[in-house]
Design a protein around this ligand. Structure first.
Ligand SMILES: Cc1cc2nc3c(=O)[nH]c(=O)nc-3n(C[C@H](O)[C@H](O)[C@H](O)COP(=O)(O)OP(=O)(O)OC[C@H]3O[C@@H](n4cnc5c(N)ncnc54)[C@H](O)[C@@H]3O)c2cc1C
Length: 530
């Protein structure tokens, strides 16, 4: 079989392109070397945002496109994407208030805000959002952006692509590619070392941080474009406050830092920005980054945030287009698409950069560039079509949650809401005909055997790590015993991944007090990388 598109990379960009192309009638094959979203797409700040800060770098095109996409995506996936309000306290000596007001005015009006509420001024001494902050912060502004479950967005795109005929293969690495006049020959290797050759009319390199590495495996090909690898890290601490608003803090170095309510019990703090050299598969937070983040938020919160509060951390690498900017934080966040094609040259399209927020538009632009080579392909279609489980309106959320609770009354309200947020209306498929708790099979804390089976059958989950850290963030909530039981359960069919095995062997029963069982262990969690 000759495919139309062979896509390297199962991050948000690869999966978004696969979905768009399959929906236009193209025959698509996507190879991901690890798990879906195992690269940068599970390590973001998880915001669908215009990027207020990018206005300072005059990235108006990107900000406008991203602001428009915010509501397009919110409508398509209202289970995994939801509105957030951000409070920006004014800091004497940093950006002046008129500048902040101007930035927020532009942010509110630059593109497409219909559902989300506008900016308002906040008297931090009177508003609930001022309570956790030091009293010297008096004025603030509150504006809108959205949250996204980043790795679930990737998987839902992959599912939709597969529903439309795409072949999605995980644990399959693209090791070399050769261009003939009419098509590409791509060699892949699976986790058992088996090599296969695939033929495709066009090759899409959506390998994120590995984009240059993949270009290097193409026979007789030289690229002049360069990628700038910029690491960003986050820490997760016990919840720092008890309202639902987020904070965007200005740092003295000109950067900003977010503090966001996370997974009910925690606060997510990030991020850093530093050029990265090292193993692309294993970026890790450094002590200096942790200190930087702790200092950044402690400048604002009444109670200083300390190392002992850190429960987990993760790092990712931004695959930015190298535009020659002097500082990592100034390198463009916009995407650059490079098409290499011509007479007797099967097309090669490489993706540099790109935000989670702009993945759908990026995929449309990729297809616009490739469509001349596929005259039978149909036109753009993704702007108005829901992702799996997301076919409902924002106003219907509470009705669906209470219907789920009514039908599956054996589940706790917290778990019903979690399932709704993960699967939307597909939660009915996960629960199926279950009437009582035992119908869900074995239990691993909040997780049940039925959900595990669903994830293996429908979402390419193979290991406990896929489930605990990418299909969900249950790794933060499940006790060590439940995680070990899951590993043993999946081990029978999917193997126990190194991380779980390592944790299981380093943790003795004395390490686990009752309280610890309910909370993740910072020592082991800090080693985990998504
Ligand atoms: C710290 C941080 C915070 C961020 N926050 C936000 C945010 O809040 N909002 C936002 O919109 N964006 C954010 N971003 C940006 C966004 O996360 C990335 O731009 C986006 O995830 C990149 O997706 P990708 O598909 O290009 O790359 P990836 O997700 O890395 O996907 C590339 C995939 O290709 C695979 N691959 C590589 N080589 C091969 C091969 N030879 N064969 C097969 N597969 C291969 C990799 O395993 C990987 O899974 C953030 C990024 C970082 C680092």
């Amino acid at each position: 079989m000759i495919y139309d598109l062979f896509i390297v990379g199962g991050g948000i960009n690869g999966c978004g392109i696969a979905r768009d192309a399959a929906g236009r009638g193209l025959k698509v094959f996507l190879a991901e070397q690890g798990d879906l979203a195992s690269g940068t797409s599970s390590a973001s700040t998880k915001l669908i945002h215009g990027g207020l800060r990018y206005l300072e770098h005059y990235e108006f095109r990107l900000v406008r496109e991203a602001l428009i996409e915010r509501e397009v995506l919110l409508r398509q996936a209202p289970h995994i994407i939801w509105p957030l309000r951000f409070v920006l306290p004014h800091h004497q000596g940093l950006r002046p208030r008129p500048l902040i007001r101007l930035g927020l005015f532009i942010y509110d009006h630059l593109g497409g805000r219909k559902l989300l509420p506008p900016t308002r001024s906040v008297d931090l001494h009177a508003d609930i959002t001022g309570r956790p902050l030091k009293p010297r912060f008096v004025y603030g502004y509150e504006y809108s952006d959205c949250w996204v479950e980043d790795s679930r967005l990737v998987v839902l795109n992959a599912r939709d692509a597969a529903n439309r005929g795409a072949e999605i293969k995980t644990r399959m690495k693209c090791v070399s590619a050769r261009r003939n006049e009419e098509h590409w020959e791509i060699v892949t290797q699976d986790e058992n070392g088996r090599r296969d050759t695939h033929q495709a009319r066009a090759l899409v390199n959506a390998a994120g941080p590995w984009v240059s590495e993949v270009l290097g495996t193409i026979e007789s090909f030289q690229s002049t474009d360069r990628i700038r690898l910029v690491k960003g890290s986050h820490i997760v601490v016990d919840a720092l406050y008890d309202h639902d608003r987020c904070y965007i803090f200005q740092n003295t170095d000109g950067r900003i830092c977010f503090a966001i309510p996370y997974e009910q019990d925690f606060t997510l703090i990030g991020t850093t920005d530093e050029d990265y050299v090292g193993d692309l598969g294993k970026p890790e937070i450094t002590e200096a980054e942790t200190d930087y983040l702790l200092a950044a938020v402690s400048e604002y919160f009444r109670r200083p945030v300390k190392r002992a509060d850190v429960r987990w951390s993760y790092s990712g690498i931004r695959p930015l287009y190298d535009d020659g900017a002097s500082k990592a934080q100034e390198a463009t966040r916009d995407y650059v698409l490079r098409l290499d094609a011509g007479a007797g040259k099967a097309p090669l399209l490489s993706v540099f950069g790109g935000k989670i927020t702009t993945f759908r538009r990026l995929a449309e632009v990729v297809l616009e560039k490739l469509i001349p080579y596929f005259p039978a392909a149909t036109g753009p279609w993704t702007s108005g079509v829901a992702l799996p489980g997301g076919g409902f309106r924002l106003g219907e959320i509470e009705a669906i949650v209470s219907d789920l609770q009514h039908r599956y009354s054996f589940l706790s309200p917290r778990n019903v809401r979690r399932m709704f947020r993960a699967y939307g209306t597909d939660a009915y498929e996960v629960f199926g005909d279950a009437r009582f708790g035992p119908d869900m099979g074995k239990s691993f804390g909040l997780l049940t055997e039925r959900e595990v089976t669903y994830l293996k059958d429908n979402e390419w989950a193979r290991t406990p790590e896929d489930i605990l850290w990418r299909r969900s963030k249950l790794g933060l909530h499940l006790s060590q015993d439940d995680q070990k039981a899951l590993a043993a359960h999946m081990g029978a069919s999917g193997g126990v991944p190194e991380k779980i095995a390592e944790e299981a062997s380093t943790e003795t029963s004395e390490d686990l007090s009752e309280e610890d069982e309910a909370k993740p262990k910072s020592k082991t969690r800090k080693k985990a990388k998504e």
